[in-house]
Ligand binder design. Sequence first.
Ligand code: ZN
Length: 153
Amino acid sequence: MDDLADLYQEIILAHNKRPHNEGILDPRTHDAEGYNPLCGDRLVIHARQDPAGKLEAVQFSGEGCAISRASASMMTDAVKGLSGDELRKKAQQILEYLTAREAPPALDLAEYGDLAALSGVRKFPARIKCATLAWHTLLAALAGKEQVSTEEA
Ligand code: ZN
């Protein structure tokens, strides 16, 4: 299990150091700013949906801790190309996983890829909102909300 914990940490640190899809997407159809007052993370998610609701592109910008940035980086990789329904389903799955009271089985690396590293965050309850921030913010953006806080949910 320690090897797995190390692997999760490596994945998160690599995404923080060289985030995927960081920047201000242009053109875009949706923007929302998410704030996690517990840690001070403030991320903006920029998204472009095609007329049928498929997420053509997504980027993030802003300031946050390693976990919040890594989660945003991994999320942008995981949701690109999804339809609105697929995306909401995936986001809900990840949010439920991160916030479930009873510890769920770890996310499967083969199925979830780098997102499986979020399994490592469950061990640090104080940091779970760092990991959920990007997901809440993406859902808010696509729902037409401009701002969201992890303390509203
Ligand atoms: Zn944080």
